[in-house]
Design a binder for this molecule. Structure first.
Ligand SMILES: [Cu+2]
Length: 171
């Protein structure tokens, strides 16, 4: 019986990686933008793990065309112990991560999850995040409900905030 259950477990795990690999060639098409109700989710990405790293962070731009505020309540994905929503605060010159209960998306406005601020925290990775793969994440919003988003894994050196001035765009 032990042998059977261990065979099943490895079959599931191989299936997971085959699915992840098959998304690779089309990831540019599916990962750039997604609309859910009045929300638009753009450029979802996760920083690739460096050796020894067991946690990871995900980022995405969320625009709200609606007249009502929405709120990101939680996120889930396979292959991690726990997913939390975090922000970064600075106390006495030291940046620290803090869990938040939700991230508001203002009416007719936007919120950008980005390095140095709000992020989706993946805790206890069963496998490292490898650049070039995608991670399917389900985001749960108060009003828009559940939205499945494919996060693209970018190299550890990727930092879109440093390379362009688009981060300051606001409405
Ligand atoms: Cu964090």
């Amino acid at each position: 019986m032990n042998m059977i259950s261990s065979n099943i477990r490895s079959a599931v795990s191989i299936g997971f990686f085959a699915a992840a690999l098959s998304l690779g060639p089309t990831s540019d098409v599916i990962a750039t933008e997604q609309v859910a109700g009045s929300l638009k989710l753009s450029a979802p990405w996760i920083r690739a793990s460096v050796p020894g790293q067991v946690n990871g962070a995900g980022y995405v731009q969320i625009d709200n065309k609606g007249k009502q505020r929405d709120r990101l309540m939680s996120a889930t994905t396979a292959g991690v112990n726990r997913v939390e929503l975090h922000t970064i605060i600075t106390e006495n010159g030291v940046a620290k991560m803090r869990e938040v209960t939700g991230i508001d998306v203002p009416a007719s406005g936007s919120v950008k999850l980005s390095p140095g601020g709000f992020h989706i925290m993946f805790l206890g990775l069963s496998e490292p995040f490898k650049a070039g793969a995608t991670v399917p994440v389900t985001l749960k919003f108060e009003k828009a409900g559940e939205v499945k988003v494919n996060f693209e894994i970018k190299p550890p050196t990727y930092n879109p905030g440093a390379a362009s001035g688009h981060g300051s765009h606001r409405h």
